[in-house]
Design a protein around this ligand. Structure first.
Ligand code: URA
Length: 182
């Protein structure tokens, strides 16, 4: 896997690469590791990860069925937003993961992940709607943006919206399969 050269390497405990099935139909992309992820070396193992696991359960999926990763592979100090150059430096690594897994559908967890591919979209407008776009060097062209589980964790109305969007995932995947057959 391509190593990221970003400055975050100096302050993070370790790199947090993606985990999950190499044959996953779906790749979930978050923002960056937090404190628990930095300690354990695995994405989404803290509070947001627990919420994510609950939502996966609602659609009868387990973590082992999917692949989950982040746009930035090292924890930003004090969980600040990753800087544009940090996102850019980790991009090769992410693209390599996507190339290996070659999923049918990419699910963005939050605006940072979505804006990495669709810089002009607002998550408040784009969440819960499938996006189709062909990118150079990427086989996957179907994307589904969601609110970030950490943002929705303690916000009742956003939480409801996220759960509602999450439940659409099986239908979205079927739609992708239908389009790819035609
Ligand atoms: N939030 C993220 O975006 N990624 C993680 O791995 C954990 C929390």
């Amino acid at each position: 896997m391509e190593e990221c050269k970003c400055e975050l390497k100096k302050t993070a405990t370790q790199a947090v690469s993606g985990v999950g099935s190499a044959n996953a139909e779906m790749v979930f992309i978050g923002e960056a590791p937090g404190k628990s992820e930095d300690k354990q070396g695995e994405p989404f193992v803290g509070a947001a990860g627990k919420f994510l696991n609950e939502m996966l359960g609602l659609i009868n999926l387990k973590r082992e069925d999917i692949y989950i990763t982040n746009i930035v592979k090292y924890r930003p100090p004090d969980n600040r937003d990753p800087l544009p150059e940090e996102k850019a430096e980790c991009r090769e690594w992410l693209l390599e993961e996507l190339k290996i897994i070659s999923p049918k559908l990419i699910i963005f967890l939050g605006r940072h992940a979505m804006n990495n591919f669709f810089p002009d979209l607002q998550i408040s407008q784009a969440h819960g709607k499938m996006l189709i776009k062909k990118f150079n060097g990427m086989s996957t062209k179907y994307f589904f943006p969601l609110y970030h589980p950490a943002a929705a964790l303690y916000d009742g109305s956003m939480r409801e919206v996220l759960i509602g969007d999450f439940k659409k995932i099986p239908k979205v995947l079927k739609e992708v399969e239908k389009r790819e057959k035609n």
